[in-house]
Design a protein around this ligand. Sequence first.
Ligand code: NDP
Length: 334
Amino acid sequence: MRWALIGASTIASEHVIGAIRSTEGGEIVRVVSGSPERGAEYARTHDIPASGTSVEEAVSDASVDAVYISTTNEKHFAQAMAAVEAGRHVLCEKPLAMTVEEAAGMVAAAEKAGVVFATNHHLRCSGSHRKMRALIKEGRIGDVLSVRVFHAVHLPGHLQGWRINSAEAGGGVIPDITVHDADVVRFLLGEDPVSVVAKMAVSGMGQGVEDSAMSVWNMPSGAMVMSHESFTHPYAGSGLEVHGTKGSIFARGVMTQQPVGKITLVTEAGEEEVPFSGHNLYAQGLADFMAAVNGGGRPAADGWDGVKSLAVALAVREAAQSGTSQTVDYGVAP
Ligand code: NDP
């Protein structure tokens, strides 16, 4: 599988380039950057044979099979549409787009073109989240009553750019982290939030966009979800709890890019630590993507997952802005 990278980004350099190269035959043949100098330097650093500034040129390169999009969020839509129109498979970063309509347009276009379209929601690729999902599915905690997500982190200095100061580029903690938490909850419970209430704040880091958010979601089953995201918390640690009629799952340190953390299951029988696989999250996402391309499966998070998780995040922002409860609008998502 020969890949073009669209975006000379940090996430590609820290995680996804390695994950692509971990797949059998996974090769990166070119990178697209808005700056010719930056693109060339990035290509040199990462041993990528070609760089350029034109998305059209990259996607029309007949040797390219798939495209990984990791530019700032406002660029995803046009770039994904160009890749799909050229018949390339697409792995796109979250949030898929700036609006649900755009995101759905990308995914519908990919379906029409018969190419695989995936969203890089890495958390559902982790051993910890897959284990928690299995525990819930097996009925180990009975019927789910509530979920609490703790995802207040401290944004590292090298990422304190557009994320904290540019609404135009899709900055803000809600499109950055709430969208991941929406995907996690949807993955764990297998259902999509119906409505949300929320508050958000600029609590020390954001410049024109929110850096903290808290929200409460109602699920179709009647379960309730409480979710907290922030860029400003150096020592809070991340985690989530899922409480059911027969047990509770306490997971600490699992809302991260690394295969780390601890899961504790508490039931009538007592308390047990639950082991889980320590595989690389991004490599798993790429392996699942490859399986889908080869007809042997589906991506970990497909395009519609990306659309729905975005819809939840945007409903949280709208609820916080308006001070009113919002019904999540999934648009045309099935
Ligand atoms: P970066 O800021 O690193 O990269 C985004 C764009 O900014 C790049 O495409 C690049 O433009 C430009 N850029 C990057 N570094 C520099 C620099 N030093 N000087 C000038 N321009 C620069 O963003 P991230 O990698 O953090 O995020 C990219 C996308 O990936 C976002 O959509 C984000 O939401 C998503 N993401 C997903 C994660 C996940 O785990 N799924 C984790 C982190 C991010 P150009 O390409 O034109 O050179």
